[in-house]
Design a protein around this ligand. Structure first.
Ligand SMILES: [Fe+2]
Length: 435
């Protein structure tokens, strides 16, 4: 009796393991070469080549890009818009929910009353002026949002009453819960985060004045850099991209995303965020240097597999390296760049959200019309990773310090009118792990 012939598509061997580095490797080119070889072998073990698997991804993304371009031609807004009132009442239309899943980004109209948002903006100005912030400003503490001139656009201010009231507000908690539920928090037999509790993640504010000129920020993504391929945790999170089962990749599955090491760096965010976001404190027209995204959550599959194609040098991950944000560009990702889409006009009190893996950029502007003021407040549900970073946040809150993810500037330590522990409500206390 002869042995059955091996089918060319049958797996020839068990899946090969991947090498992993829980800290950034010292010899990055060697590690990249080793990893790429292992990934190619692992994908090939599924019975398809990297080229074949990438072609599947490309077709899926091409269909999304074409739909976005068609929507633009039809004069439709690419970004989904949902009224806060519908989130509060639980009456978000099914079509709007489907579009949010598809595009991975959202404007929440009327998240806060317009007068409330404008009042917060005035309060922030009062807070920094009373504390002589501009007189004491020492220049940018990092080069991430580098500015030239005496007055910054990004204020390294974290603990103002205005920011804290927004973060611990019932309206923010409700939107956070809604956004967190767009993800699968329970999957693969485990609970990965609690959608109803959020880390109070302190970030800065931006106040860009009328008449400003800005170069903007190039397309990039923020969830990590080489660690996305190299740590064991992320290899598990992106398992379907790395073992040839790319059809099963779900950008909304939180499995293995909410614990484990990330490579340290000045641009890193220690928290797991379901969505990055900001709340508008002024009106902003769509053509005034505003946020753009590539509104395709599954584009992560394209970004993660693209470096394995043969036109990329063997020790290069399409320019991704440690201690820098993950770049996206026309050289390696021209298909994705076709879909780059800006937010619609937003008003004070609206909020803007985008999936944490999504490519985003800020358009340049010359002689800006009106102010461009925002409070950065993401959705960071309670999970192992966020609980751990929460200890740093709590300490920073109690001492008025800059939080660990940001330059150690500590302007607010001696500011007497910063938000106090006794001003916390239940959401604020839970968000800081203060009982
Ligand atoms: Fe970013």
């Amino acid at each position: 009796m002869s042995s059955p012939a091996l089918s060319p598509t049958a797996p020839l061997s068990p899946l090969s393991p991947l090498p992993h580095w829980e800290q950034a490797p010292d010899d990055r080119p060697a590690a990249i070469r080793q990893l790429k070889a292992a990934l190619r072998t692992r994908i090939a073990a599924s019975g398809r080549t990297v080229d074949e698997v990438f072609a599947v991804v490309e077709r899926r993304i091409r269909a999304e890009v074409d739909e976005i371009i068609a929507a633009r031609r039809r004069g439709e807004a690419v970004w989904p818009v949902i009224d806060y009132a519908d989130i509060e009442a639980g009456t978000v239309p099914a079509a709007a929910l489907a579009l949010l899943q598809r595009r991975g980004c959202l404007v929440v109209r009327g998240h806060f009353d317009r007068a409330q948002a404008l009042g917060w903006d005035r309060d922030l100005v009062g807070y920094v002026e009373r504390n002589r912030f501009f007189e004491n400003y020492r220049g940018p503490g990092d080069d991430f949002f580098g500015t030239v001139g005496a007055k910054p656009e990004i204020y390294p201010v974290y603990w103002s009453p205005a920011q804290m009231r927004a973060r611990q507000s019932e309206r923010m908690a409700r939107v956070h819960g809604f956004l967190n539920r767009q993800w699968k928090s329970a999957s693969a037999g485990a609970q990965w985060f609690d959608p109803d509790r959020n880390l109070l993640y302190p970030d800065r504010i931006r106040r860009r004045p009328e008449g400003a000129n800005s170069d903007g920020l190039g397309p990039h993504l923020d969830p990590g850099n080489l660690d996305l391929w190299m740590t064991e945790g992320y290899q598990r999170a992106f398992r379907h991209l790395f073992d040839g089962t790319v059809e099963q990749y779900d950008p909304w599955d939180a499995a293995h995303r909410t614990a484990g090491p990330m490579y340290a760096g000045t641009t890193m965010c220690s928290a797991f965020r379901t969505f990055q976001g900001w709340t508008a404190l002024s009106d902003m027209d769509h053509d005034q240097g505003v946020l753009h995204t590539v509104p395709i959550p599954a584009a992560m599959a394209y970004l993660m597999l693209r470096p394995l194609l043969p036109d990329v040098p063997d020790d290069d991950m399409c320019g991704v390296t440690v201690n820098r944000v993950f770049p996206a560009n026309d050289r390696w990702h021209p298909l994705l760049m076709e879909a780059l889409s800006g937010i619609p006009d937003v008003g004070a009190g609206d909020s803007v959200w985008w999936h944490c893996d999504m490519i985003h950029s800020v358009a340049p502007v010359a002689d800006q019309r009106g102010w461009g003021n925002v409070m950065y407040i993401p959705a960071a549900p309670w999970c192992a990773r966020n609980e751990e970073y929460g200890a740093c946040v709590r300490e920073a809150f109690l001492t008025g310090s800059s939080p660990g993810d940001f330059p150690a500037e500590h302007y607010e330590r001696a500011w007497p009118d910063r938000f106090q522990r006794e001003d916390l409500n239940e959401t604020g206390r839970r968000g800081l792990g203060l009982g």
